[in-house]
Design a protein around this ligand. Structure first.
Ligand SMILES: [Zn+2]
Ligand SMILES: [Zn+2]
Length: 289
């Protein structure tokens, strides 16, 4: 079953979760149990994909068979109550490494989650801009010559390139860079050049037949979703399908932030419906005249 069908059928799904195969803190077994207990009907594992650079947070190619086997074992043991999906959160590093390459396209995955975490600096060195703010600040100062706008623009450029190269079914946390960037400059998301980058992503996704994720992992600590709810109106107006995912790294967090995101999304959608009904009525009364 494809992810569009899943998200249109039920809210009891989660399409983004980590485990012992990358930087998750609990095993797939523990996480699947928590997901089953939470009443999930569909639950996907998405270890950070292998990458062709050194990265302790990503799984190794040598672990792939073991991962696929563990996923099938759990799929069988939870069927038919909960359907387990096998996926990867695939890093886009550039032309040579991303969801589009043969290696990821040939793997027996149910869908491909594409995300950007690594941003090349001015010399082309890839630095992991996700994670702790202190590390981001070090990279900003010593890796990117203190040019915050460069990092942000390059991050979004990577997202756009990933979409252009294709092979992505679900776009992970497309403005994740804003987490660290807005801590470095709280005004950054208010800049018109920043909003233009967001608009660009939204129009690319609309043309790309890709589901967009609302990532709720940071909601409990930072009261924000990725993408930020300041952009949800635009996304809803573009009629892009949205999947709400916890990006859990712990069994205890399989549903973290999801209820809040669904509630917020319903508010946005009811405003959108009101607007549409109103313009429909206006059109009808115009026609009558
Ligand atoms: Zn991610
Ligand atoms: Zn993730």
């Amino acid at each position: 079953m494809d992810i569009r069908t899943i998200i249109s059928k039920t809210d009891n799904y989660n399409l983004h979760a980590h485990s012992q195969f990358c930087d998750g803190r609990d095993s797939m077994e523990e996480i699947a149990k928590a997901a089953g207990d939470a009443g999930m009907e569909y639950f996907a594992f998405t270890p950070h994909s292998p990458v062709d650079i050194d990265s302790p947070c990503n799984m190794k190619i040598s672990q792939m068979d073991e991962y696929l086997e563990e996923s099938s074992r759990l799929m069988e043991s939870y069927s038919p109550d909960m359907r387990i999906l096998t996926s990867l959160e695939i890093d886009y590093l550039g032309d040579d490494w991303g969801p589009h390459i043969d290696y990821f396209q040939m793997l027996p995955l149910d869908f491909r989650l594409g995300s950007v975490h690594f941003v090349p600096n001015q010399e082309g060195v890839l630095l992991d801009c996700d994670g702790r703010f202190e590390r981001f600040l070090q990279y900003l100062k010593h890796g990117y010559g203190n040019d915050l706008r460069y990092v942000v623009e390059k991050y979004f450029e990577q997202v756009l390139m990933m979409l252009e190269r294709g092979g992505v079914d679900l776009l992970g946390h497309f403005d994740k860079i804003a987490g660290n960037a807005s801590q470095a400059d709280p005004e950054i998301e208010n800049q018109s050049w920043y909003e233009a980058l967001v608009d660009d992503v939204i129009s690319h996704v609309k043309g790309a037949d890709v589901v967009m994720e609302i990532n709720t992992k940071a909601y409990a600590d930072k009261s924000r979703f990725f993408p930020s709810d300041r952009w949800w109106n635009k996304i809803i107006e573009a009629e892009i399908p949205l999947a709400i995912d916890s990006d859990a790294h712990y069994a205890s967090k399989v549903t973290a932030g999801r209820e809040e995101a669904f509630a917020r999304l319903r508010e946005f959608k009811s405003i959108d419906d009101l607007k549409n009904n109103r313009s429909l009525k206006n059109n009808r009364s115009l026609k009558k005249q």
